[in-house]
Design a protein around this ligand. Structure first.
Ligand SMILES: [Zn+2]
Length: 79
């Protein structure tokens, strides 16, 4: 009877240690999927006033109330 209890205790201890080891490992690795651009869904698409292509609002520059894409902005500077 006592032997069974000891075996049970040892088994429980092993399972506890095994679980403790496997549970604590994932904590070291956060489950975040962010790859630098967390707000891609929030990126609004706007039409470039110069060339008319749609680009994300983050890639445009507001010039005189108009959205200008980077390509046109570079062309504008080149002029
Ligand atoms: Zn443009």
């Amino acid at each position: 009877m006592i032997l069974k209890l000891v075996l049970f205790a040892v088994a429980a201890l092993l399972i506890y240690k095994w679980l403790g080891g496997s549970v604590s490992l994932p904590k070291a690795k956060p489950k975040r999927r962010s790859k630098g651009k967390p707000s891609v869904k929030d990126a609004e698409m706007v039409e470039c006033d110069e060339c008319g292509i749609y680009v994300s609002i983050e890639e445009t520059t507001l010039v005189n109330g108009k959205y200008i894409c980077e390509d046109c902005l570079n062309k504008e500077k080149a002029r």
